[in-house]
Design a binder for this molecule. Structure first.
Ligand code: AVJ
Length: 331
């Protein structure tokens, strides 16, 4: 019968689609998701903010009055790009961790030594290819050698060849602040090992400041950050078999004074059960899911953390308010 076979076909399709969806993230990511969400307090990895919708929302965040980091870092870079380019020198490669749209890098690419190869590293290989093509048109003489990799896991750089100039890692945007200090130290060590002795690190990090300024930056009046936070659930519904009801969570952003970090949560507005990656749990009313940490440092504190991972501070640039800092380190 037509109806029956149609229904059967659609049921089979749905099943197949479900399998496909569960496989659209890799096995390690499924394990990581389950480990975070099915423990207490529950947490979800920040990397799921950045699907296409999330990337657009993040770009909107960067334009918000309250969100000072992007424009402050850009102004620091603009004011000191010559000194930064001098500090990079005729490096072999400029390796950007989590390059995304490479927007912040354009300024550097316009100024760094002509022999420097640009190596954008990003998890999204389609986007990376697209961005690399655009950069090749914009910078026809610059060598561009993209690497598709999740930089939170060890990955191999192609060997630079004997006698080549040093490599410099570029890690802007205070992305380092998303990681707990122990893992931030692991990443800094990984970078140190990739560039070897004599290599460089140019890194942006956010500074400690009045908590009202910080909380406003992560809980803006227009509610864009709230949408950005909630979009993580929509993304997981799509790629990890989630069934989150987006209307029953609210965005919470709090400054934790003791650990010097913004903590972002999605708070359950009612008691509910949720399925994710094949497992189900209950959330009570007011139960909070941790979605992001954003650590704020002092210049000395960051310098110490970098030193413990084998990086010597060369130079620090900051803005007049000391809201944000960009540091050059040498291994
Ligand atoms: C991209 C990780 C630097 O922590 O400030 C912005 C992400 N989250 N608003 C940050 C973010 C909420 C951002 N980083």
């Amino acid at each position: 019968m037509v109806t029956y076979s149609t229904e059967l076909a659609s049921a089979e399709n749905a099943e197949r689609a479900e399998v496909l969806e569960l496989h659209s993230i890799d096995r390690d990511s499924v394990i990581e998701l389950r480990r975070g969400f099915f423990s207490d307090p529950p947490s979800l990895p920040s990397k799921y903010f950045y699907d296409q919708a999330g990337s657009v929302l993040f770009d909107e965040i960067c334009e918000l009055d309250e969100y000072y980091p992007t424009r402050t870092e850009a102004s620091i870079m603009g004011a000191s790009v010559d000194a930064m380019v001098d500090a990079i020198g005729p490096a072999g490669r400029l390796i950007e961790y989590g390059s995304g749209s490479s927007l912040k890098t354009r300024l550097l690419l316009e100024h760094v030594h002509a022999d420097v190869t640009y190596v954008p590293v990003d998890i999204s290989s389609d986007y990376l290819t697209e961005v690399a093509e655009g950069l090749r048109l914009e910078f026809p003489r610059r060598r561009i050698a993209p690497i598709a990799a999740d930089f939170t896991r060890p990955f191999q750089l192609p060997s630079s060849g004997a006698g080549r100039a040093r490599d410099v890692v570029y890690f802007p945007g205070s992305t380092i602040g998303n990681f707990r200090p122990s893992f931030a130290a692991t990443l800094l060590s990984q970078m140190r090992n990739q560039v070897g002795t004599g290599g460089g690190l140019l890194i942006g990090f956010d500074l400690q400041k009045d908590s009202a300024v910080l909380e406003a930056a992560y809980d803006d009046r227009r509610g864009i950050t709230a949408l950005f936070n909630l979009n993580l659930l929509r993304h997981l519904n799509r790629v990890a078999g989630g069934d989150f009801d987006l209307d029953s969570y609210r965005h919470v952003a709090l400054y934790n004074d003791r650990d010097h970090r913004i903590e972002m949560y999605l708070e359950s507005c009612r008691e509910q059960t949720v399925t994710l990656a094949g497992h189900t749990r209950t959330l009570s009313k007011s139960h909070r899911i941790l979605t992001e940490l954003s650590h704020k440092y002092t210049i000395d504190g960051f310098t110490e953390m970098a030193a413990a991972s084998g990086w010597q501070r060369e130079q620090i640039w900051t803005d007049a308010n000391e809201y944000f800092a960009v540091g050059m380190f040498r291994s």
